[in-house]
Design a protein around this ligand. Structure first.
Ligand code: FAD
Ligand code: UDP
Length: 368
């Protein structure tokens, strides 16, 4: 056995694990089925712009250890995510804050906004103990905001009615009665200067890696190389879908280079109408160019995101954590628990809607 760890997948989980294991004197081999390292945070440089190939990634955390950890590899800029929602031709600030309430109802004080939401909750007969995403949204923000900014977007994003989705999804978004368009409540936020590849490059420096290598095509040979396997791919695939397939949402990115310096004036614009087929348009240069610097590059790159149900051969992105899938995942987890020499970690192997920072937190806690 040549290695202590065989790490399957070079996303943030696998790369961080490899880095910490190496620091601890362990030998690691990382195998990655894609042609490049980095998993979903991978960026490609197009026209001088770092394009987030697998969807926009904004790093945010309140954990100083995690923030110091990533800043050790690459400096982060001052990007603050302030997405804008477009509904029936009008723009609204996100997350739900005093700007949104003013745009929606013309209210100018927190007291008036709260009164409006209470009135809306009463009309919708909002439940105190929401059983699904719709009930949760109505109870948080009332009917008008739910119908304009949540229902259409969420049903496109998840391909299911809001009444069949778990309430926790919408609790990801802050609700605040101050004029503050910062999408996150965390203390630290930003984008690595020069893109995420620098972070991945730093984590994997000096680690042996093999790209274009599908673990299942060389399962026996690769497994025999290490004492412990760290698996970050889909858990159902690992077990040959023996209990059936877990459901995921995937995204088709339609990327376009435009001959204008500034297309939409913001990195993220969400389209919350049900009739518009895409969920959002990302304009990548705004993650790293601010103010007049936007105009220093003559072109811009945009990605239009179409959300769809995952099928074999597509990239699984979002686990669908409804009751049926959660029960199915528990069956796979029970199998995994019988194999303590295999570590299952990350968004796909744990079938969990993880952001980047909690992934790092988890690996750091594991002390590989
Ligand atoms: P991944 O990055 O998916 O890495 C898994 C790797 O394993 C992949 O490279 C895959 O190719 C490889 N692999 C799988 N199976 C095999 C196999 N059989 N053989 C070899 N290799 C294999 N988080 C944030 O904090 N902020 C954001 O703004 C944000 N935006 C997001 C937007 C989108 C569209 C998505 C999908 C996620 C977003 N996230 C965001 C979440 C973030 O991407 C994840 O938390 C993080 O990247 C997960 O890392 P991971 O290592 O678990 O998985
Ligand atoms: N959401 C919404 N309207 C928006 C943006 C988000 O209703 O304009 C809901 C939607 O259900 C989404 C959830 O909030 O799945 C979480 O949004 P987030 O931006 O965190 O999603 P992600 O970045 O993971 O795609």
């Amino acid at each position: 056995m040549g290695y202590d760890y065989l790490i399957i997948g070079s996303g943030l989980f696998g790369a961080t694990f490899a880095y910490l294991a190496k620091q601890a004197g362990k030998r690691c081999l990382v195998v990655e089925k894609r042609l490049h390292l980095g998993g979903n945070v991978y960026c490609e440089n197009v026209e001088g712009i770092n394009v987030h190939q697998y969807g926009a990634h904004i790093f945010h955390t309140s954990n100083k250890d995690v923030w110091d950890f990533v800043n050790h590899f690459v400096e982060f800029n001052r990007y603050t995510n302030c997405p804008v929602a477009k509904y029936k031709g009008r723009l609204y600030n996100l997350p739900f804050n005093m700007n949104t309430f003013y745009q929606m109802w013309g209210v100018t004080t927190p007291e008036a906004a709260l009164a409006k939401i209470e009135e809306q909750r009463a009309i919708a007969k909002a439940e105190d103990e929401p059983r699904n995403l719709e009930e949760q949204a109505l109870s948080l923000v009332g009917k008008d905001i739910y119908e304009a900014l949540i229902k259409g977007y969420t049903e496109k994003q998840w391909g299911r009615p809001c009444t069949e989705l778990p309430a926790f999804i919408i609790r990801r978004l802050p609700l605040r009665f101050v004029f503050d368009n910062n999408y996150f409540n965390d203390t630290y936020q930003g984008i690595p200067i020069g893109g995420y590849n620098k972070l991945i490059g730093g984590l994997l420096e000096g680690v042996e890696t093999r790209v274009n290598t599908v673990f299942f095509a060389h399962r026996d040979e690769l497994s025999s190389l290490a004492g412990t396997i760290v698996y970050t791919g889909p858990i159902d695939e690992f077990y040959g879908y023996c209990f059936g397939q877990l459901q995921y949402r995937t995204v088709r990115f339609e990327q376009e280079v435009m001959n204008v310096p500034n297309f939409q004036g913001n990195a993220v614009v969400n389209y919350t109408d049900a009739e518009v087929p895409y969920t959002r348009i990302i304009e990548h240069k705004h993650f790293e160019c601010f103010g007049q610097r936007v105009y220093e590059l003559p072109k811009t790159v945009v990605s239009c995101e179409y959300s769809m149900e995952w099928k074999p051969g597509m990239e699984p992105y979002y686990p669908v954590n409804d009751d049926r899938n959660s029960a199915l995942y528990q069956q796979y987890l029970a199998l995994a628990k019988q194999q303590p020499s295999i570590i299952f970690g990350g968004r796909l192997a744990e079938y969990k809607y993880y952001d980047m920072a909690p992934i790092l937190e988890k690996v750091i806690e594991m002390e590989p």
